[in-house]
Design a protein around this ligand. Structure first.
Ligand SMILES: Nc1nc2c(ncn2[C@@H]2O[C@H](COP(=O)(O)OP(=O)(O)OP(=O)(O)O)[C@@H](O)[C@H]2O)c(=O)[nH]1
Ligand SMILES: [Mg+2]
Length: 455
């Protein structure tokens, strides 16, 4: 338990219908009672029951607000400590005054995320649940909120605990073989290896879920690539349904890049409009093309645009054949004009890619393109699949996978079982770090720095 009692406004800054100030710590009720006077006859403070009263600084004796006070005695509170919530009008000056007099009478101002940090350090939630609470508040789509909601409930933590239990089980089997080599323990290496493979598969699935998590939390980056003047910026605007990018009939219009979020159904993407790929006529264009190549390389997916009112060129051939490693959709634009491009031939150069014909100018087939972007790039959330949303979780899982794979390979190659067990055992502290059973100060600092004050 912590020494200090903390106080903060828990509702967002600004004017609102209501505002809430929270206190957490041993002196919560004592401090609240100094500044809150119940109204009416029945003025007992009952746990988890709102009580109406007035607020004033006892040294001034002049009330300035009516409010409801709710008391959550330890351990049945968000932080597991004694907590008090004061709900009043959403007036920033009034809320700040309540905090000020709370501090004057013994409370300390809470740091960002300190209520949740206390819930974690007091053992009510693990680090995955703590991070999920912040993800839930900041979710940009309902799908992301639903995943975070499940994680707050402990579904991902339960999955990781199951992985850890299975691993400990496998390790004890290996150890039994080492300790009692002569006994017929019926623990064949094959069954141990099979159980390891199951764990490896679960970890792999979690790592793969990061793509979905990323597309939900920040949106997969989709770069619009093509020669100059093929209509990339027009398409960018059509997809955004806003005249965001400058469009002109002159090649080389887009030089610096533009980046905007778009929402398709329940998924968010980040769309990038880049400089066209042709011979630069100006040093600025040259810089733009260099940047365009870098950004396309770093993006998660590509919309490769062609002007089908023109005959295909060497550059078009080069583009279609070089963009075959990433998720790509081929877009044949300007279908409102007579078609001169051999679309079949161009498509056949990228047989595994989906092609869509559009007119960005007339906005025809743009909905079809949105559908295709969604079906090609937005991974569907299987409702029963646990999803990881953060890179630091993915990196830890990758280290776990490495240790497990290497342990399994060594076992298969006939290395001494002690050494294999040691290798596999290396993954347990990493799992503990992932759930926060082993505290990594760096990760804790990073996670809680993203929280707002009052949460
Ligand atoms: N007819 C027709 N014209 C289009 C279409 N899409 C774009 N254009 C025209 O093509 C010209 C170039 O369009 P932009 O959107 O600026 O092309 P861009 O690929 O962004 O060009 P850069 O930024 O120079 O690489 C403009 O005159 C657009 O109006 C289309 O679907 N049909
Ligand atoms: Mg452009």
């Amino acid at each position: 338990m912590f020494e200090h009692t903390i106080i903060a406004i828990s509702t967002p800054f600004g004017f609102g219908g209501i505002g809430v100030v929270r206190l957490s710590g041993k002196k919560s009720l004592e401090i609240a009672q100094k500044i809150f006077t119940p109204l009416g006859k029945n003025n007992d403070i009952k746990p988890r029951t709102a009580l109406l009263g007035t607020i004033c600084d006892p040294e001034d004796d002049e009330s300035f607000e009516q409010a409801f006070l709710t008391y959550f005695p330890s351990p049945f509170s968000y932080t597991t400590e004694d907590m008090v919530e004061i709900s009043c009008h959403g007036s920033p000056v009034v809320l700040e005054e309540i905090v000020r007099i709370g501090i004057k009478h013994g409370a300390t101002h809470a740091k960002p995320g300190e209520f949740t940090l206390r819930a974690y350090l007091n053992g009510r939630i693990d680090i995955i649940q703590a991070e999920a609470i912040n993800d839930f508040i900041r979710a940009s789509s309902l799908k992301q909120a639903k995943i975070s909601y499940q994680q707050m409930d402990g579904i991902l933590s339960a999955k990781l605990n199951a992985i850890r239990s299975r691993l400990i089980d496998t390790l004890s089997q290996i150890e039994a073989r080492i300790e009692f080599p002569d006994e017929n323990l019926n623990l064949s290496l094959k069954s141990i290896s099979l159980s390891l493979q199951k764990t490896i598969d679960s970890v792999k699935k979690l790592i793969q879920s990061y793509d979905l998590g990323k597309s939900l939390s920040e949106g997969l980056k989709i770069a619009i690539v093509g020669r100059t003047n093929v209509g990339k910026s027009t398409l960018f605007n059509a997809l955004l349904q806003s005249k965001r990018a400058i469009v002109t009939p002159f090649p080389g219009t887009t030089r610096d890049y533009l980046s905007e979020p778009i929402k398709i159904k329940d998924s968010i993407f980040t769309l990038l409009d880049l400089a066209g790929r042709d011979k630069p006529k100006h040093p600025i264009e040259k810089e733009g093309i260099k940047k365009s190549k870098q950004l396309a390389r770093k993006s998660d997916a590509i919309l490769l645009v062609f002007d089908c009112s023109q005959k295909e060129t060497q550059e078009d051939f080069r583009l279609v054949t070089t963009h075959n490693t990433k998720k790509t959709i081929l877009i044949f634009n300007k279908t409102d004009l007579p078609v001169k491009m051999n679309i079949e031939k161009m498509s056949s150069l990228a047989p595994n890619r989906t092609a869509v014909r559009v007119s960005a100018l007339k906005k025809s087939n743009i909905n079809k393109l949105r559908e295709t972007i969604y079906s090609e790039f937005a991974k569907k959330a299987e409702t029963d699949q646990e999803t990881i949303l953060h890179l630091h979780q993915k990196l830890l899982l990758e280290d776990i996978l490495k240790a497990l794979r290497s342990g399994k390979d060594m076992l298969g190659q006939g290395h001494p079982e002690e050494i294999c067990a040691e290798e596999i055992r290396g993954s347990i502290p990493l799992l503990n770090q992932l759930t926060g059973d082993i505290r990594s100060d760096d990760i804790i600092k990073k996670i809680f720095s993203r929280f707002c004050i009052g949460k």
